[in-house]
Design a protein around this ligand. Structure first.
Ligand code: ADP
Length: 184
């Protein structure tokens, strides 16, 4: 069974590559952002979740850890690609604990690298069609800061576990994907 994490700043192309990886290896693509957006507006909790997303802030760990644990446990039967999760050290530790309990592990962490100028261009472009309320200049700035402060430190966590694979996020979609599959 394969379990992968796709990692990278906002706009780096995580969702696109996660989709391709999941299709090729028959895995389930779990996007925490998409799962949260699906929860949003359903009820009071959903409204709270959306208010974090709209500010570009992280949803509190306790919430997302619980939501993702349920989804991950279900997806483990076929293997998974995690996109957008974990995003904090606490989430990474919770994930390791969950997987250990289920007698499985993360095989590799793919780190899509893209500079902020290019990432910003892509998100602005996506915002025109995505309808995502957080794809606007002000929120994006916040998301980059959150990424730098809270999420980027996770790279070290996975580097120490010898799971980190750096991938150049600049080429076109199919070239990146080819690079990824050659490294897995
Ligand atoms: P991007 O990677 O482009 O920022 P996502 O769809 O992954 O987009 O995330 C959108 C928003 O959803 C984040 O800004 C955050 O509010 C929330 N979110 C997604 N994943 C997590 C997570 N693991 N922990 C906390 N909040 C999250």
């Amino acid at each position: 069974m394969r379990n992968y994490i796709i990692f990278g700043a906002p706009g780096a192309g995580k969702g696109t590559q996660a989709d391709l990886i999941a299709k090729k290896y028959g895995l389930i693509h779990l996007s925490s952002g998409a799962i949260l957006r699906h929860e949003a507006d359903k009820n009071e909790l959903g409204k709270k979740i959306r208010s974090y997303q709209d500010k570009g802030q992280l949803v509190p760990d306790v919430l997302i850890v619980t939501i993702m644990a349920k989804q991950i446990s279900r997806a483990l039967k076929s293997g998974l690609v995690l996109d957008g999760y974990p995003r904090t050290l606490r989430q990474a530790r919770a994930l390791d604990k969950l997987l250990k309990n289920k007698k499985t592990k993360i095989n590799a962490v793919l780190n899509l690298r893209l500079n902020q100028v290019l990432a910003l261009k892509r998100i602005i472009l996506r915002g025109k069609t995505s309808g995502r309320s957080d794809d606007n200049a002000k929120t994006i700035k916040n998301r980059f800061a959150v990424y730098r402060n809270q999420t980027a430190p996770l790279l070290d966590y996975y580097r120490k576990q010898k799971k980190l694979i750096n991938i150049d996020g600049r080429p076109e979609i199919s070239a990146i994907f080819k690079n990824i599959t050659s490294r897995l």
